[in-house]
Design a protein around this ligand. Structure first.
Ligand code: ATP
Length: 335
């Protein structure tokens, strides 16, 4: 029997768990359903997500992390403990070491709460890693050898833009824009343009199926059902990729401006190396059609999407688990 070492990506949209020697063992959306009166949790993860918009009055479905911060402290702790317990074997000789990747916007008090929740769930030692570093490690960048690189991680709640070199993260910025804001922008656009009310789950499906941020992309269309905001009755509207592109213009502009600002702040030698390397795109939100082409066109630097962008952060967290010794100065720990 060996010690269990665990990496957790505690994301706004998804929680992923990595076990050393096994790989990714859990990938669940960050939702919790609970009783509004007793606050008793009735479902976690996918089971809670499918209840969204279909719950009886006394049940609410919440996302404990929002916009890259912890919105509900107790439920975040609950979710973390729940997932750790669900993957630990019933009988264990050694308690695990756990590395948790936390959103970059969380406060020192919240960091401590995450560390303690993991300890309470049975960890022998808990370490935190910041999202930009985990994302960079997960894209395969070698911290020791790498020259200047820019990693743009578009998550559910935030977009983290980081410039890295061999000494670690040189500059980083966390913007409150990500896939969730894309979904909200689609909901608002259809409400204004077509007087059609849809939920965020439908908006997310639209974004993934026909969404694009590239004006020049050849699009497609799909029939969307919702409620007429004037009559209150059910209504179906044909929505095109162009509609989604228009809806996403404003949030995407924020990401582009963020990248341009970061390039302006970056020392010139590193900019030259970033030009050689290209801009590395990762995170689920970066999978929106055309983001790589748009960034390339606007910055003049080739931007490319990594393989399995949703997994960069968890794979980087797993790598931190294996390389804990070398990375000690960039990790925060409690034991
Ligand atoms: N094919 C796709 N096209 C566009 N967006 C996608 C696609 N697949 C997933 N997404 C979006 O990716 C987002 C989730 O990304 P990810 O799992 O990297 O977030 P997270 O790590 O939980 O969030 P954060 O980094 O803010 O904590 C969601 O908004 C989801 O809608």
């Amino acid at each position: 029997m060996t010690a269990y070492d665990i990496g957790i990506d505690l994301g706004t949209a998804n929680v992923l768990v990595y076990v050393k020697g096994k790989g990714i063992v859990l990938d669940e959306p960050s939702y919790v359903a609970r009783n509004t009166k007793t606050h008793e949790v009735v479902a976690v993860g996918e089971e809670a997500r499918i209840m969204l918009g279909r719950t009886p009055e006394d049940i609410e479905v919440i996302r404990p992390l929002q916009d890259g911060v912890i919105a509900d402290y107790d439920t975040t702790e609950f979710m973390l403990r729940y997932y750790i317990k669900s993957i630990l074997p019933a009988s264990m000789l050694f308690r695990p070491r756990i590395v948790v990747c936390v959103p970059s916007g969380i406060t020192p008090v919240e960091k401590r709460a995450v560390l303690e929740a993991a300890l309470q769930a049975g960890a022998r030692k808990t370490v935190l890693i910041e999202e930009p570093l985990a994302a960079a490690l997960g894209t395969g960048l070698d911290k020791a050898k790498s020259q200047g690189a820019m990693v743009v991680d578009v998550g559910g709640g935030t977009t983290d833009i980081a410039v890295l070199c061999s000494t670690g993260v040189v500059l980083s910025e966390s913007l409150r824009v990500g896939g969730d804001l894309f979904d909200a922008a689609i909901v608002n656009h259809l409400r204004r343009r077509s007087k059609l009310l849809i939920g965020t789950v439908t908006a997310e499906e639209l974004k993934i199926q026909i969404g694009t941020v590239d004006r020049k992309a050849q699009g497609s269309e799909t029939l969307v059902r919702g409620r007429d905001t004037v009559t209150g009755l059910p209504k179906a509207v044909m929505v095109t990729s162009k509609d989604v592109q228009r809806a996403l213009e404003r949030p995407v502009r924020k990401i582009i401006e963020g990248i341009k600002d970061m390039l302006e702040k970056t020392p010139p030698e590193l900019v030259a190396e970033i030009i050689d390397h290209g801009i590395i795109l990762t995170g689920g939100g970066a999978m929106i059609n055309g983001l790589d082409r748009l960034i390339t066109r606007v910055t003049g630097i080739a931007a490319y999407l990594v393989d399995n962008p949703r997994y960069s952060v968890i794979l980087g967290t797993g790598r931190a688990l294996r390389e804990m010794g070398h990375l000690q100065d960039t990790l925060e720990e409690l034991q």
